[in-house]
Ligand binder design. Structure first.
Ligand SMILES: NC(=O)c1ccc[n+]([C@@H]2O[C@H](COP(=O)([O-])OP(=O)(O)OC[C@H]3O[C@@H](n4cnc5c(N)ncnc54)[C@H](OP(=O)(O)O)[C@@H]3O)[C@@H](O)[C@H]2O)c1
Length: 248
């Protein structure tokens, strides 16, 4: 896939992987629109991209927020070549020790909403805008879609669900010549993983690999160590289940 002049929407472009992707894709000549809730951080993304991107402040977890994103895409009047469903949250949850319904309920709803419902609703709303033939829907999942991490049960479940949805959507949209791509990052040094884990790569390294994968036309972009984890998972799935369950 050629990158130049592609119209791209990245959800969660105000930090981490989404921010690095916005900067990288803008440097490749794409017209990038990002969204997030934090206006200052979205301005920062625009600054890092040399002023070459636009943004919309919107909360993906609300219908109003998603409508604002769709309106911004439609207002550009050039369709969408690449939709990148990247925004996500990860909460640690212990259903044994934190058995305090109001606190846990809010996090449960938020995590399912942002990681699973919102990207599916947004994809549905934007499908008519995606270029045919050749448009891309890029869904960012996780290695925890393969096996769950014990301390993040719901995060792992949302990513497993999103991976499953991605695979079915890929088959359905083949007829429309829209390619559905899954990105599986390893541990990346972002706000989400602050003070957790070791051997992390930078968001910029992740962005370089993701864009290279898009250019090569891959339907599953396994970034960095994810390639090795997928391989080991085929050879020794029970071992990988134990390793990922114990993850920090
Ligand atoms: N970091 C890793 O090691 C890793 C590994 C595997 C997969 N991933 C996945 O990669 C994706 C990006 O994660 P990251 O590590 O880059 O995390 P991050 O730095 O925390 O960024 C998360 C992004 O999601 C946005 N977001 C969260 N809630 C939102 C909402 N309600 N509405 C709109 N935007 C919202 C945030 O923007 P605002 O705060 O401005 O709203 C932010 O831009 C996620 O899907 C994550 O699950 C990350």
């Amino acid at each position: 896939m050629m990158m130049e002049n592609n119209s791209v929407l990245i959800t969660g472009g105000s930090s981490g992987i989404g921010q690095a992707l916005a900067v990288k894709l803008a440097s490749e000549g794409c017209r990038v629109l990002v969204c997030g809730r934090n206006r200052d951080m979205l301005r920062k993304t625009r600054e890092l991209a040399g002023g070459k991107i636009s943004f919309v402040v919107a909360d993906l977890s609300t219908a109003g927020g998603r409508n604002a994103i769709v309106d911004a895409v439609v207002a550009q009047n050039r369709g969408l070549d690449i939709l990148i469903n990247n925004a996500g949250v990860q909460y640690e949850m212990d259903f044994c020790t934190e058995n305090s319904p109001p606190v846990l309920s809010e996090r449960i709803e938020n995590e399912v909403n942002i990681n699973f419902i919102a990207p599916i609703m947004l994809t549905n709303q934007l499908l008519g805008q995606i270029t045919r033939p050749g448009g891309r829907i890029v869904n960012v999942t996780s290695l925890l879609a393969l096996h769950p991490k014990t301390s993040a049960p719901l995060y792992s479940a949302t990513k497993a669900g999103f991976r499953s949805f991605t695979r079915s959507l890929r088959r359905q949209l083949t007829l429309e010549s829209i390619y559905v791509v899954e990105v599986v990052p390893p541990l990346v040094e972002t706000a989400m993983t602050r003070e957790r884990g070791r051997g992390k790569i930078t968001p910029e390294q992740a962005a370089v690999e993701i864009v290279a994968g898009l250019k090569s036309g891959l339907c599953e972009i396994k970034v960095g160590k994810s390639k090795l984890v997928f391989l080991l998972n085929r050879i020794a799935p029970r071992l990988m289940a134990r390793v990922l369950a114990a993850g920090k």
